[in-house]
Write a protein that binds this ligand. Structure first.
Ligand code: FAD
Length: 538
């Protein structure tokens, strides 16, 4: 089996090979396609300009769900498809996916009956892949399960089940799965332009290895643009005059200490003051609260929460939680951009734009996949390859991902801080056995140990301090101040493992700290918001 080793995989970037499929973008969409293509036996290359899941795919609400909101919008086929995918993911990646009980607090009996009926239908749609039956629970039971919820005017609750997951770890494990199935997946390589034949057909791409500065001319029979909110940038490389296909919509999350929830159950507020859905979800040892839906007219890899979004989330959470969260309570704030399919109607609210995906084949043969959600990444990949096969762009090979175990799969999931490694945990334990000092936590505020850093460099293609603190572990997202404190130790360990010098270490600590500052709330309420961003009236 191929090793997930950047240096070794990089050697396959020769200019002679002709790939069956070149995928641009290492988020949920691209990695799903790479896993599907490689496991069908196609010669598969995936190129990611930064780290896997650096974009939207590490910034989700962490729900593997059918989408109760989409049910309310009447999008039954999307919900049914997503519920099936939710079930498959729990089977194929149980080390990263978990059945989560979610409670909707109801302030009138009518709303209790309304949600209970809708959720009974939701359960029914999930069929044999159900995560458990929903039910109405008494006010007393709600109080017992959600001790920090305000009880005034509460009548009852509706309890239902969905999944939660670790999005960035799933992305990484998919990259590993694609490589184990014969593909190549590389981070820190950027597609800088497309290569076209005289008949205007796309025949490959120029790829810049950002570590070495080498530009490769990659030949491919097919090229897939799976770049999320960057889709239009690649489409413009194909045809400078093409219309925008993407309408980015920002969603933010605030991360608080678990004392704000004190429960294993999540809370769902189905209808906030301005018609959105707000979740409070226990995740690792913290609580995530979000999200928002703010249309933007530009995109970036590091979007920042707007002050209006932060205020909205704090204010809404405070209406339901006994302990009103304040700006000083926020351990981390992160923002992500939904790559929604533009409808052409600039007045349409982004929360009303469908989350289903679209596969567009340009005249040049470039395939662009837009929209969708994490939960349905596998189906999106299957649909994309089916469409390409139907168009005779690829040979007819069967999709096997519905039952394909994702890297780290283990039938027996242990509890404890290393459980998300699944079957790899035993190999981290072996590292510790060979060198006891690697069992040391990085400092006295964390249970992350030195062995995890070594493991991430050797086996998970971690190249920077950010890769480790943001996506191999999730500290940046759960506690940005702690992440800043851990950076020097992580940089020291990585420097030795990657054979870099002191200057590299210093630069890493500095650039990571600068980045992590953007995940902390500024105490100054009047801080300047990104001036290129224009919010819709909220
Ligand atoms: C706030 C929020 C909450 C969400 N919550 C959920 C949820 O709970 N459950 C759910 O199922 N879905 C959720 N989603 C949706 C889901 O996260 C996205 O649909 C999904 O992550 C999009 O993945 P992607 O691969 O299309 O895009 P991305 O993850 O952004 O990946 C695109 C990648 O392409 C790379 N790229 C761009 N240009 C180039 C280039 N030239 N060369 C090489 N690489 C390039 C980028 O660096 C990036 O990594 C949420 C989305 C948001 C914004």
């Amino acid at each position: 089996m191929k090793e997930f080793d950047r240096e070794k995989l990089n050697k396959e970037l020769d200019e002679e090979s002709i790939w069956d499929i070149l995928i641009i973008g290492g988020g949920a969409t691209g990695l799903g396609i790479a896993t599907d293509a490689a496991s069908r036996g196609l010669k598969t290359l995936l190129i990611e300009q930064e780290d896997f899941a650096k974009g939207t795919s590490s910034r989700s609400t962490k729900l593997v769900h059918g989408g109760v909101r989409y049910l309310a919008q009447g999008n039954i086929s999307l919900v049914k498809e997503a519920l099936k995918e939710r079930g498959l993911l729990l089977h194929n990646a149980p080390h990263l996916t978990k059945n989560e009980s979610i409670i909707i607090p109801c302030y009138s009996w009518i709303s209790g009956i309304f949600y209970a009926t809708g959720l009974a239908f939701y359960d029914w749609l999930s069929g044999r892949l159900s995560f458990g039956k929903s039910k109405i629970i008494s006010k007393k039971e709600v109080g017992k399960r959600l001790p920090t919820l305000k009880k005034k005017s509460l009548r009852c609750g509706v309890l239902y089940h969905d999944g939660t997951f670790d999005d960035a770890r799933l992305a990484l494990n998919l990259a590993q799965t694609s490589v184990e199935n014969g593909g190549v997946a590389l981070n820190y390589c950027k597609v800088v332009s497309l290569i076209k034949a005289e008949n205007n057909q796309v025949t490959g791409a120029k790829v810049l290895d950002k570590e070495t500065g080498i530009v490769y001319q990659i030949k491919a029979k097919t090229v897939v643009n799976a770049t999320g909110v960057f889709v239009d940038d690649i489409i413009k490389m194909d045809n400078a005059g093409s219309k925008s296909l993407i309408r980015p919509s920002q969603g933010i999350h605030l991360v608080l200490d678990s004392s704000f929830l004190k429960s294993k159950d999540a809370i769902m507020i189905p209808h906030t003051e301005d018609g959105r859905v707000l979740f409070a979800i226990p995740w690792y040892d913290k609580v995530l609260i979000g999200t928002t839906d703010t249309p933007l007219n530009n995109h970036s890899l590091e979007p920042r929460a707007l002050e209006t979004e932060i205020d909205f989330v704090l204010k809404t959470a405070g209406k339901y939680l006994a302990q009103q969260p304040d700006r000083k309570d926020v351990l981390s704030v992160y923002a992500g951009l939904r790559p929604l399919a533009a409808t052409g109607d600039s007045n349409e609210k982004t929360k009303e734009i469908s989350r289903s995906h679209k596969i567009i084949i340009s005249e040049s043969g470039l395939i662009s996949v837009i929209g969708g959600k994490w939960t349905t990444y596998r189906k999106m990949a299957e649909d994309t390859l089916s469409k390409m096969i139907k168009r005779k762009m690829l040979p007819n090979k069967k999709c096997i991902t519905a039952n394909l175990k994702i890297h780290g799969y283990s039938a027996k999931i242990s509890n404890g801080p290393l459980s998300f490694y699944g079957s790899d945990k035993i190999r981290i334990d072996e590292l510790i056995t060979s060198d006891k000092s690697l069992a040391e936590p990085l400092n006295n505020e964390t249970n992350i140990i030195a062995a995890q850093v070594i493991w991430a460099v050797r086996n998970e293609m971690a190249r920077t301090v950010e890769d480790f603190l943001a996506r191999r572990t999730r500290v940046l997202f759960t506690d940005a101040k702690l992440a800043i404190k851990l950076a020097p130790k992580v940089a020291e360990l990585m420097m030795k493992e990657l054979k870099r010098d002191e200057l590299w270490k210093e630069n890493q600590v500095q650039s990571f700290s600068q980045l992590a500052n953007g995940y902390l709330l500024k105490s100054d309420l009047n801080s300047v918001e990104n001036d290129f961003i224009k919010t819709e009236s909220m």
